[in-house]
Design a binder for this molecule. Structure first.
Ligand SMILES: Nc1ncnc2c1ncn2[C@@H]1O[C@H](COP(=O)(O)OP(=O)(O)O)[C@@H](O)[C@H]1O
Ligand SMILES: Cc1ncc(COP(=O)(O)O)c(C=O)c1O
Ligand SMILES: [Mg+2]
Length: 284
């Protein structure tokens, strides 16, 4: 049996729950060989309320990593996460174009959980104009969908649909607008649009704030399934089940952050309804 390979072009979340750490853990869980091209390093400051400091990687260093993986090895699917600068976005998009990579999942990361302001607002237009058109699947959360669509705040499923249609016009084949824990709704709702039909994907909404890295994990699961040859629709459905279990069994790392549990789908499966990590206290 051949080993399928996936590449993540994303930032390092030093705390381990989001970014390339989430992506690699998810690729492993889904039985796919994971590789990385690092764009930025995020270090959280324990002496300043867990403030996220972002340290960019030199664009030449990114190029060298992309050549190693894409030209030197080859990939079945690619995902992008936090990119950090216009130069980095253009470099990533240029290589994707040059090597004709088709199974591309763009997670248009503009914010970390808890923040309502873009980390790198100057990159938003470039993300929309240069990278989103190359995506097979793009996965904005509500804030990112409002930025990519040019709409104001998105608060209803109807507005999610409108945003999805506007983003789809930019060239992405499948758009998933993630309502998640932010939309006021009793379920966790995502809207999927393929240019013809809207589908409202509903899953059980888990009452937790421990969702750090949920978007990274979700988009990495989609990329892993695409790498194995699943259709976009199949990959999205599996990823939704995978992220629901990861959130169900999420846990606190310290007083600031709780990541999703990447192993939960494998360890506990979709049938288990209580959080088996709930009693785990934060490590000192
Ligand atoms: N509390 C929750 N319960 C169940 N699913 C959730 C919850 N929060 C987010 N999700 C789901 O997790 C996935 C990631 O969404 P979200 O957390 O909005 O992304 P991001 O981390 O990029 O902000 C989506 O499928 C969303 O619906
Ligand atoms: C490197 C990196 N990428 C992406 C994210 C976004 O994470 P999420 O999946 O919660 O949207 C974060 C958040 O801290 C991060 O540090
Ligand atoms: Mg996100």
């Amino acid at each position: 049996m051949s080993m399928y390979k996936a590449l993540t072009i994303a930032g390092s979340d030093t705390s381990g729950g989001a970014g390339i750490q989430a992506d690699l853990k998810t690729f492993q869980e889904r039985g796919v060989y994971g590789m990385t091209a690092l764009t930025v390093i995020v270090a959280q400051d324990p002496h300043n309320d867990w403030f996220h400091n972002v340290f960019p990687i030199d664009v030449k260093t990114l190029e060298a990593q992309l050549e190693t993986v894409i030209a030197g090895i080859g990939v079945n699917a690619v995902k992008t996460g936090m990119l950090g600068s216009i130069n980095i976005i253009e470099m990533a998009a240029g290589k994707i174009e040059k090597y004709g990579l088709k199974n591309l999942v763009v997670d248009p990361v503009m914010v970390c959980k808890g923040a309502d302001e873009a980390l790198h607002p100057e990159t938003n237009e470039c993300l929309r104009d240069v990278l989103v058109p190359k995506a097979l699947v793009v996965t904005p959360n509500l804030f990112e969908a409002s930025q990519l669509s040019g709409m104001g705040p998105i608060k209803t499923v109807e507005q999610m649909k409108e945003a999805a249609a506007k983003i789809q016009e930019r060239g992405a084949k499948y758009v998933i607008v993630k309502g998640g824990g932010k939309l006021e709704h009793e379920a966790a709702v995502d809207v999927l649009y393929d240019g013809k039909n809207f589908e409202v994907l509903e899953s059980e909404r888990i009452a937790t704030t421990y969702t750090h890295g949920a978007g990274c994990t979700y988009s990495a699961a989609i990329a892993a399934e695409l790498a194995k040859g699943k259709t976009a629709r199949e990959a999205i459905e599996l990823a939704k089940a995978f992220i629901t279990e990861a959130i169900r069994h999420s846990f606190p790392l310290n007083q600031y952050v709780g990541p999703t549990n990447h192993a939960a789908y494998r360890l506990y499966g979709p049938g288990q309804h209580e959080n088996l990590q709930a009693e785990v206290s934060p490590a000192k």
